[in-house]
Design a protein around this ligand. Structure first.
Ligand SMILES: Nc1ncnc2c1ncn2[C@@H]1O[C@H](COP(=O)(O)OP(=O)(O)O)[C@@H](O)[C@H]1O
Ligand SMILES: [Mg+2]
Length: 476
């Protein structure tokens, strides 16, 4: 009788982790073992059966990830981290690519079931030239007859694979228990201050959003409005036939941006466009609430060579920033920029949810931060948010999501243009905005009491600007 340990041996889980990360082996092993012990006996048997169809360790590991959506998500998350060993990253990415084995009959049946009539009406034919299958969703392309009032001639269907929703519910319950288990056994692992509970809750949120197609459909609609008129940026158009079981949208013809054949000048342009549209645009939009892509890794960003557009796919994870939140974020960023410890504390307090419990600890952390040598302002702001959150400050969830999105994007920018300087581009973006706002600013310079920073897109007051200018001169 095969048991949990044997399954782990059969997948060579230990071997895929390189020696430099040997200290993580026990934690990975315990995690997978915990998951496998928690699932139902029928599912466990199903996994044993699936593994028996493969004859290499790597093949079996891929099958295991296919059967356990959470394990696959974990591998994917690690593979996107730019700070890990290159060889290890490559083997995880290869593993992920090899997962793309689509079961056409099953996917076709789900689509027919949900949209049979609509498909007949529009003479829809599934092509399978775009075929993508991951742990949760599958995407296939189709052509259709646009004469019947449809404004697209080809599109894609995105569906949730059968059984995933039920499997996931089971795994998420196990994950909660696992996070608690790790946390109370942290002395057994060599992992510094790793935040198990937080990390696991992030994975849980991401997975729950991924199975909710109607949430992504809503985000697609919002994003398309939000980016309407933004040069070179494309969001796939949602087709109204979409249901809870199938998303129907425009086909984007392009390829993963980091795989596209681009000249050095194009690469620089892409990096700049990505940064402006994914970071600056949501931060400085004049809309009350601005949507942002919360998972901008290269696989979700397409470069369309035929028209030079950049398309943002996969809106399952998105956040929204309210204008007041954005003003508070900029306030804090500005205080970090001017390295004013008291003001950083005040801005942190007003941004935090439920106030600050341990003032001394937070002030201490801020003082240490201010005393350190300064490198890269955005980089530092992100690091400080993380350090303060670690000391117990509770920041709004959307802000932490935005922080993480910038971190993910940073990896893509580095790959496209290793010399890309986020600070310089942010300042350039602000400079352009300020030029737009100059007439209004002159007026308020004479009537400062009438000034309301929320009226400016840049959300900075004249006195803020004067402070920035002074600091700028000091740094030169
Ligand atoms: N509108 C589209 N046009 C062309 N390809 C698409 C489209 N939407 C998704 N894809 C392809 O399917 C893949 C998976 O879609 P995505 O929405 O990112 O799902 P997942 O949440 O599984 O990552 C994308 O990386 C891309 O290759
Ligand atoms: Mg994706």
């Amino acid at each position: 009788m095969i048991d949990v340990d044997m399954v782990i041996e059969l997948t060579g889980l230990n071997d895929i982790i390189p020696d430099i990360y040997a200290r993580f082996r026990p934690i990975v092993r315990d995690g997978v073992s915990f998951l496998l012990s928690g699932i139902s006996p029928e599912r466990f048997l199903g996994i044993v059966y699936a593994l028996s169809e493969e004859d290499t360790n790597a093949g079996r590991l891929v099958r295991l990830a296919q059967e356990l959506p959470t394990l696959h998500k974990l591998g994917q998350t690690i593979a996107r981290n730019q700070n890990i060993d290159v060889g290890f990253r490559r083997s995880l990415v290869e593993l992920e690519n090899s997962i793309m084995k689509i079961d056409k009959a099953i996917i076709g049946a789900i689509i027919e079931d949900a949209l049979g009539n609509w498909m007949n009406k529009h003479t829809v034919e599934i092509k399978y030239t775009v075929c993508y299958e991951a742990s949760v969703a599958a995407v296939v392309d189709f052509t259709c007859n646009r004469l019947d009032g449809l404004d697209i001639g080809e599109g894609v269907f995105k569906v949730i694979k059968p059984g995933v929703t039920e499997h996931l519910q089971q795994e998420l319950e196990i994950l909660d228990a696992l996070a608690g288990f790790y946390d109370s056994n942290r002395h057994r692992y060599d992992i510094d201050n790793f935040r198990f509970i937080d990390t696991f809750s992030d994975i849980k949120i991401a997975l729950l959003k991924e199975i909710d197609l109607s949430n992504e459909q809503r985000n697609l609609g919002l994003a398309r409005c939000f980016y309407n008129g933004v040069e070179a940026v494309k969001i796939p158009r949602l087709v109204s036939a979409s249901t809870d079981a199938v998303t129907v949208m425009e086909l984007i013809i392009g390829e993963k941006i980091t795989d596209a054949r681009l000249t050095p000048v194009q690469r620089k342009w892409c990096a700049k466009t990505l940064f402006s549209s994914l970071v600056c645009h949501p931060l400085f939009s004049d809309q009350q609430r601005s949507i942002f892509h919360a998972d901008p890794h290269a696989g979700n960003i397409y470069y369309c060579a035929h028209n030079g557009h950049i398309a943002f796919l996969d809106w399952s994870l998105a956040g929204e920033l309210d204008k007041r939140d954005r003003a508070a974020i900029l306030r804090l960023s500005m205080d970090i920029f001017t390295r004013d410890a008291d003001r950083i504390y005040e801005s942190t307090r007003s941004l935090s949810e439920g106030g600050i419990r341990d003032e001394l600890a937070i002030r201490g952390e801020i003082d240490r931060f201010v005393a350190e040598a300064s490198t890269g302002f955005i980089e530092q702001s992100l690091a400080l948010l993380d350090r303060l959150a670690f000391k117990g400050v509770k920041f709004p969830g959307e802000l932490l999501m935005f922080r993480k999105a910038i971190f993910t994007l940073k990896g893509v920018l580095q790959e496209l243009d290793p010399g890309f300087d986020m600070d310089r581009h942010l300042i350039e973006f602000i400079k352009l905005l300020l030029l737009e706002e100059l007439p209004l600013r002159w007026f308020y310079l004479f009537f400062p009491l009438a000034e309301d920073t929320l009226r400016y897109k840049s959300l900075l007051s004249n006195s803020d600007l004067i402070k920035i200018a002074q600091e700028w001169i000091r740094l030169l």
